[in-house]
Ligand binder design. Structure first.
Ligand code: M6R
Length: 608
């Protein structure tokens, strides 16, 4: 939820720390801070709000120390004030922290009884004072951290520097990701490899329970029993990705525009385009034919991609799908048949609820397949099979290209299941693959309508509520459309299965309510037309997204029509994602909202 970084540099480290924090800001942006070792002590600069506030402060309070840690925060314990901003520090030690220390209350009481005075409301400060207490006794930072870590419960990653120890930094991982990066006489610590990419692409990912002692020329890894362990160095590949907006005003706009390319890249990974077949790069450790049903679990947008995939698995492979949001799945004690298949979907691969759901499914003897965008993430590492989405880093908090790449990978998986189960013939597979191959070009066509969509969005931005309707795979897309609009424009929106309209939401309809109808010309198009009649009869403002302009035959005139290219409707949800995302984007821009960093949100939700 927060981003942490640490640098043992050969020059002033703070500018590098800030550079790295820019790449971590997607994880949280409530406050930011840097601590550096200066004149044998610890100097800190912290600021409320976004990183730019910290950068401004650093101009007048430059930190010159070569050893520094930094943090960008998504507040969990305590308001996003400067006092609660990390790094936290005593005279001896400074700390940055991502995650949650669950037993912080009892630890705080224990420390307060000993006379410790806390200066923030954060859970982090207990870890700081535990280490400080051990340091006073043991006078040795490594021993102090070794003694303090077992007292902490929860899911977290920590970074420490110590006053008077210029060539020392300690990092610890328990449930939240942490990587060590190797430079030329420099060493780095970061929440992800992307944060370290400006300096190095040689990294080691800490394993669960590991902690690492870094100097400028060496690193020693310990496991949770404090035994020295070997961990492999690897190339992160993160340097290949540019983290800038290019010519776009926002990351979200860039990421929407990139979709034809990244969806094409994902397709190329899973398809033999020449033969018109799905070719999964990794063999599955189970027989598709032996499965009666599968379980899909995810959060937010990733869950909606799973809901769309449910239609594909059921249609193409006659395989029943149970799908649930991870925060429910992890606690509802779902009975799962041994040797079943559980699929987890996550852009970040670090979402706490999804990870907990995965661990539950593992305990229940499931084969674990994860569809993730970050192949080095915890969810990927704990899965039997990883189905990577090749979207590249997604920086905008609102998920766009990761969503359509998830859909692309899941469509391929469902077709592979259909073939393996003997439900799809070779010819049917070829037809579906041909339709999938057409998707990137159709997305290009859909993107050409951006200007018209922008006009519709400007009008829609005046509304206080918006309703999204769809059927089949476009029902979950309606849910996704409503989520996208809510999270970046703060306009209240609801998504409904069009057939559910008359069971309640129809009561909302009046002249002021925009109703976005997602209606490709498919087998159930006429059913959706009936729902539009119901909306029109009550004066609702229909905004139709469709490849069929024949509404006048039904005596209907939508308030606006966003015309989509003609396509086979099986994969329309992937292409129709484009106008859905653009509507939300342009409504938010029209309202002057912070599109890439909407209030109260963070990209990666690593706490429950
Ligand atoms: O990283 P994940 O895909 O696991 O994240 C899941 C959700 O937190 C995420 O999709 C969230 O709903 C996005 N903000 C939606 O745009």
């Amino acid at each position: 939820m927060c981003g942490i970084v640490g640098i043992l540099a050969t020059e002033a480290a703070a500018p590098q720390v800030v550079e790295s924090l820019k790449r971590l800001e997607y994880r949280g942006y409530d406050s930011a801070g840097v601590a550096a070792l200066e004149d044998g002590g610890i100097a800190r600069v912290r600021a409320e709000g976004k990183l730019k506030n910290l950068t401004q402060k650093l101009q007048s309070h430059a930190l010159l120390g070569h050893t520094a840690i930094g943090h960008t925060r998504w507040a969990t314990h305590g308001k996003p004030t400067e006092d609660n901003a990390h790094p936290h520090a005593t005279d001896r030690v400074a700390i940055v922290h991502n995650g949650i220390i669950e037993n912080f209350r009892e630890l705080r009481l224990e420390l307060e009884k000993e006379g410790v005075i806390f200066s923030s409301e954060t859970d982090t400060e207990v870890a700081l004072h535990l280490v400080d207490r051990e340091l006073r006794k043991l006078k040795d930072p490594v021993k102090a951290v070794a003694a303090a870590l077992p007292r902490l419960k929860g899911a977290f990653a920590l970074g420490f520097i110590f006053s008077g120890f210029e060539d020392l930094m300690i990092g610890a991982r328990q449930g939240a990701p942490l990587a060590v990066g190797y430079g030329e006489g420099e060493m780095y610590l970061g929440s992800d490899a992307l944060a370290l990419a400006p300096f190095t692409d040689t990294v080691t990912y800490l394993e669960e329970g590991d902690w690492a002692v870094l100097s400028r020329n060496d690193v020693i890894f310990y496991d949770r029993t404090n035994a020295v362990v070997k961990r492999t160095k690897q190339k992160s590949g993160a340097g290949a990705y540019s983290i800038d907006k290019g010519n776009h005003r926002h990351f979200m706009a860039k990421e929407i525009a990139e979709q034809p390319e990244v969806v094409g890249r994902t397709l190329a990974h899973y398809l033999d385009m020449g033969l018109g077949e799905v070719r999964l790069p990794t063999p599955m450790p189970f027989d598709w034919k032996s499965l009666d049903r599968i379980t899909i679990t995810a959060c937010g947008t990733a869950c909606f991609s799973g809901m769309i995939a449910k239609y594909w698995f059921e249609r193409f492979a006659r395989l029943a799908v149970d799908i649930d949001v991870a925060s429910e799945f992890r606690y509802r004690e779902a009975p799962l048949q041994k040797n079943g298949l559980a699929i987890f979907i996550s852009q970040s691969g670090e979402t706490a609820d999804t990870l907990a759901g995965l661990r539950y499914a593992k305990e229940q003897g499931q084969h674990i397949v994860s569809v993730v965008n970050v192949p080095t993430s915890t969810i990927a590492r704990e899965s039997d099979v990883v189905i990577p989405t090749l979207a590249g880093p997604e920086i905008g908090v609102a998920s766009t290209k990761a969503f359509t790449c998830q859909l692309t990978a899941l469509a391929c998986l469902a077709i592979a299941a259909g073939r393996a189960r003997g439900v799809l013939s070779e010819t049917q597979e070829r037809r579906l693959v041909t339709d999938l191959i057409a998707v990137p070009a159709l997305m290009v066509e859909a993107l050409k309508g951006e200007h018209a969509i922008e006009q519709v969005a400007h009008d829609m931005a005046k509304a206080t509520d918006v309703l999204y309707l769809g059927r089949g795979t476009n029902f979950p897309l309606a849910l996704e459309g409503a989520l996208k609009l809510k999270e970046i424009s703060y306009i209240h929106a609801e998504g409904y299965a069009a057939g559910e309209l008359k069971h309640g939401p129809i009561a909302l309809i009046d002249e002021s309510l925009p109703v976005i109808v997602l209606a490709p010309h498919d087998a159930i198009y006429e059913k959706t037309v009936s729902n539009m009649q119901e909306v029109a009869a009550r004066g609702g403002r229909i905004i139709l997204i469709s490849d069929h302009a024949g509404l006048s035959e039904a005596g209907l005139k939508p308030h606006a029509m966003i015309e989509m290219p003609k396509q086979n409707p099986d994969f329309a949800a992937i292409v129709y994602s484009v106008p859905v995302q653009l509507l939300a984007y342009h409504a938010a821009v029209a309202l002057g909202k912070d599109v890439d960093q909407p209030r109260n949100l963070a990209k990666s939700v690593t706490v429950e």
